[in-house]
Design a protein. Structure first.
Length: 75
């Protein structure tokens, strides 16, 4: 869940940065370099980190038998 939530937050930040950069003549207290960095880091997260969520999903679903084999008393 954390990987997907992180992706959502990164995408949200990138969208805000893109909107601010698109506003012609708009005054902003944030430097262009900061907004560009937000967009670049979101892209990195989306390409390098977020795909891990699919693998984690498969691992969770594939380990159901192993999880159910643990007896409650062992916990």
């Amino acid at each position: 869940f954390g990987t997907v939530a992180g992706g959502w937050l990164m995408a949200r930040a990138a969208r805000v940065a893109s909107r601010r950069l698109a506003e012609e003549g708009a005054r902003t207290d944030l430097p262009r370099e900061f907004l560009d960095a937000k967009r670049a880091s979101a892209r990195f997260y989306g390409e390098a980190i977020l795909p891990r969520a699919q693998a984690e999903h498969a691992a969770v679903l594939g380990s159901a038998d192993a999880t159910l084999a643990i007896e409650e008393a062992w916990l």
